[in-house]
Design a protein around this ligand. Structure first.
Ligand code: MLT
Ligand code: ZN
Length: 492
């Protein structure tokens, strides 16, 4: 760090300590440590100070102070990013802004079916607040006990109920954002209809903190379910799974909230590594899906229709077998088989992860084409392709060969990713369906994104963040806003 940068950083940190007061910041190495290492332990950054503002006005003031000294800012939620999106860089030149103290539910409005919450609210707490008000907040993720609404919005999180309710973007009604100059964009309203020009709030969804800091949001609520029909269905192939989904949708419409693909190997890993997990069937099957139908309070016949539709799929040969949960405990046990796949795969050893999407009906062809190419590229590697088939989104992960050297396997990562992502591009799919870009996929974005879209993103970044202080290096990479060659501040 050069002496000028160091001096600006020191001045800013001193002003921030004054602004935020005791309890409003952390600056001791042991306290800062959990904020500078990402959840997957891919990156270790550094920061002079973790700011813990507790109001929008404090966030606005701290951004103004940082902008005046051109000190970069890294917004931080629950630290559950898969792509290092909330981890500061190694230089230590950035101030980290954690929203964890901004965790109030500002309003729950059952009449408008909306809830207004601050960015630092933990997702599970928002679900609980909605439940208390007799409503459902449907976003559901493995990390819901620690991820925050600001992070969910900043990465446009997905999860296991997207099929019915959409991604975070679809659940958003209104937004409050502190912009990179410290001004506040106040679109915090619960309107269902608002055609007044460009929908600027949506720019901040999926921007991963590169355009501003989300401080609060108004989110959509739904009627509370009357119950669930939850089943694991055994199948011969991903093609059979796609056909099953089409049949179930015809019979049950959009009451199907979850349709998750699980290959045999994932079930085996879960049974091997996760305490209490067991195969729900007597004999092995090559593929499974976890299906959940959400039953409305008002339609007591739907459970019966869901069970009949599953039975019909077995009779017609579309599915081989099915286990339907008969109690809440059984429902949790079936969900555990799906939700603990990431943990089981981690315990199994080194893995190379992908988060791809392709139109769902083409996914079976993709799997058939990609799997043999991967086996040829890394003999012995084990494909663990699981996830949100109903959304066309799979975690197309590769575990190393049994007993292989994990380090040597991970060194193959660039070739493996290139193979998978090139094929995804041929299918006109996405290399990042729900985990975002962060720092991990910056090169992929510049390689695979439509050049016109990439250029528009750069221009938007330049206009909204002309000093380039918001989460630099993430999403669009090291490019300085306003200067594509990266060697000077932008013209103002
Ligand atoms: C999941 O769907 O389980 C997560 O998005 C992906 C993962 O943890 O690998
Ligand atoms: Zn996922």
């Amino acid at each position: 760090m050069d002496s000028d940068t160091n001096a600006r950083l020191k001045r800013t940190a001193a002003r921030l300590r004054e602004l935020l007061g005791p309890g409003g910041y952390l600056d001791q190495p042991a306290d800062v440590e959990p904020f500078v290492v990402d959840h997957r332990r891919l990156y270790r950054g550094a920061t002079a100070l973790v700011a813990l503002p507790d109001s929008t006005s404090q966030v606005a003031e701290l951004v103004r102070l940082c902008a005046a000294e051109r000190v970069p800012i890294v917004p931080h939620g629950g630290n559950t990013s898969y792509c290092g999106g909330a981890t500061p860089r190694e230089s230590g030149e950035e101030i980290l802004v954690s929203l964890r103290r901004m965790n109030r539910v500002r309003e729950t409005d059952p009449f408008n079916d909306s809830i207004t919450v601050e960015a630092g609210c933990i997702l599970a707490d928002v679900q609980a607040a909605a439940d208390e008000a007799g409503r459902l907040f449907p976003m559901s993720l493995g990390s819901e006990g620690s991820c925050t609404i600001g992070g969910n919005l900043s990465t446009n999180a997905g999860g296991t109920a997207v099929l019915r309710y959409g991604m975070m973007r679809d659940l958003l009604l209104g937004l409050e954002v502190v912009l990179p100059d410290g001004s506040v964009l106040d679109q915090l309203r619960g309107l269902r209809k608002d055609n007044t020009g460009y929908d600027v709030k949506q720019l901040f969804v999926g921007a991963e903190g590169t355009l501003g800091i989300i401080t609060a949001a108004c989110l959509r609520l739904y009627p509370k379910p009357g119950g669930y029909t939850t089943a694991v269905v055994a199948l011969d192939s991903p093609r059979a799974a796609v056909d099953l989904l089409a049949g179930l949708r015809t019979a049950l419409g959009d009451s199907i909230t979850t349709f998750e693909l699980v290959p045999r190997i994932a079930l085996e890993l879960v049974c091997r590594h996760i305490e209490g997990a067991s195969d729900p069937f007597d004999s092995p099957h090559p593929w499974y899906v976890l299906v959940e139908v959400t039953l409305p309070q008002s339609d007591s016949d739907l459970a019966q229709r869901a069970e009949s539709a599953l039975a019909a799929s077995i009779e017609s040969g579309r599915a081989s077998d099915a286990v339907i949960a008969a109690s809440l405990a059984q429902r949790s046990a079936l969900w555990q088989l799906r939700e603990s796949i990431p943990e089981a795969q981690t315990r199994e050893g080194a893995s190379i992860k992908h988060d791809i999407s392709i139109e769902a009906r083409r996914l079976p062809d993709f799997i058939d084409e990609c799997a043999p190419l991967l086996t040829r590229l890394v003999p012995g590697a084990r494909l663990v392709a699981y996830g949100h088939l109903g959304d066309g989104n799979l975690h197309f992960n590769l575990s190393g060969p049994e007993c292989a050297n994990g380090h040597a396997f991970l060194e193959r990562s660039p070739e493996v990713k290139r193979l998978v992502h090139d094929l995804v591009a041929r299918y006109r799919g996405s290399f990042s369906a729900e985990h975002g870009i962060g720092r991990l996929k910056v090169d992929e974005l510049s390689r695979y994104e439509d050049p016109a879209a990439l250029e528009l993103m750069r221009r938007i970044k330049r206009v909204i963040d002309p000093l380039g202080i918001m989460n630099p290096g993430k999403v669009l990479g090291e490019l300085q806003a306003g200067d594509e060659d990266g060697d000077g501040p932008p013209p103002r």
